[in-house]
Design a protein around this ligand. Structure first.
Ligand code: C2E
Ligand code: CA
Ligand code: CA
Ligand code: CA
Length: 287
């Protein structure tokens, strides 16, 4: 029994070692990968629940690794965050997706309701603490010629827990420039709802966990109550509600009935190349 246990532990150790080696290897490879252009961005449409039109898209970064194939952000963003490489990587994502948004506007013009096609970009906590954030963002927008109102920066709720004025100041400055700030993964961070009032946030992105209960018909009654409450709170504070992880039509319909404003998920489109977002916009021609 002892040796079996020993073997088990050895295996577990070996797996842990392999994971650590991969982590270590990936971490070391990050700077060169950025230089060599191994990162690319997929875009996932954000759909207006009112009329079904494409409202914009979220930029989601991937790493085309020469040995490991395409790696999702969960595999390398935490590593980049840990080493600080997230700052240049995040700046590249911002530059590239803002450039893309400008290209969409040149090809397509404004949305049916007159507003620009919007681009959502994720910001990590380290980027939030980086002193160059506001100036960098202003410069990127200016250089691409994109109006600040077409950009939405997504910050996770957990990154803002206990946020003091030093952390909120750059977000306020961005909001004053006209950039939208979204609270990402809302509902997972146990934030103080009263705190929402002092945050320069204009969008709540409701975490997928809350929308899972709407996949079934009839929907989970507790989830319905929770979403109802969040939507009414958000709207009373003048915040828009985006729901993520919408996988079925039943779910989309229920979330629309509950008053959510925009939705994102596999039901509409998986993350994909930029042309596909525009195809969705042009395809959903209104009467
Ligand atoms: P997130 O910001 O919450 O992004 C949503 C994630 O849900 C994405 O995973 C997306 O592909 C996935 N998703 C979309 N629709 C559905 C659906 O219907 N069902 C399910 N099950 N999943 C869906 P992804 O692309 O793997 O990204 C994971 C996380 O990595 C993101 O979570 C975000 O926190 C982070 N991330 C991605 N790109 C960037 C980036 O450029 N910078 C930073 N700092 N973080 C990023
Ligand atoms: Ca996000
Ligand atoms: Ca999210
Ligand atoms: Ca998430």
């Amino acid at each position: 029994a002892k040796s079996a246990g020993g073997n088990r532990f050895e295996t577990a150790d070996a797996e842990a070692d392999a994971r650590a080696i991969t982590r270590h290897g990936l971490t070391n490879a990050l700077p060169a990968a950025l230089e060599r252009g191994e990162f690319f961005i997929e875009y996932q449409p954000l759909v207006d629940l009112g009329d079904g039109s494409v409202h914009g898209a979220e930029a989601l970064v991937r790493w085309s690794h020469p040995q490991h194939g395409v790696l999702g952000p969960d595999r390398f963003i935490p590593l980049a965050e840990h080493t600080g490489l997230i700052v240049p990587l995040g700046r590249w994502v911002l530059e590239e997706s803002v450039r893309q948004a400008t290209a969409w506007q040149e090809k397509h013009g404004d949305r049916a309701d007159g507003g620009p096609l919007r681009i959502n970009v994720n910001l990590s906590p380290t980027q939030l603490h980086h002193p160059g954030l506001v100036a960098d963002t202003a410069e990127v927008l200016e250089r691409a010629g994109l109006e600040p109102g077409a950009l939405c920066l997504e910050v996770t709720e957990s990154a803002l827990i206990g946020a003091d004025d030093d952390l909120l100041k750059p977000l306020r400055q961005l909001a004053e420039m006209g950039v939208d700030i979204a609270l990402d993964d809302f509902g997972t961070g146990y934030s103080n709802l009263a705190n929402l009032r002092r945050m320069p946030v204009s969008v709540l992105k409701l975490d997928r966990a809350f929308t899972l209960g709407m996949q079934q018909s009839p929907p989970d009654p507790v989830d319905v109550k929770i979403v109802e409450g969040i939507v009414s709170l958000a709207h009373s504070l003048d915040l828009a509600v985006t729901v993520e992880g919408v996988e079925t039509g039943v779910q989309a319909e229920q979330l629309r009935e509950l008053g959510c404003d925009t939705a994102q998920g596999w039901y509409y489109a998986r993350p994909g190349p930029p042309e596909r977002v525009l195809a969705g916009v042009l395809g959903s021609s209104s009467p």
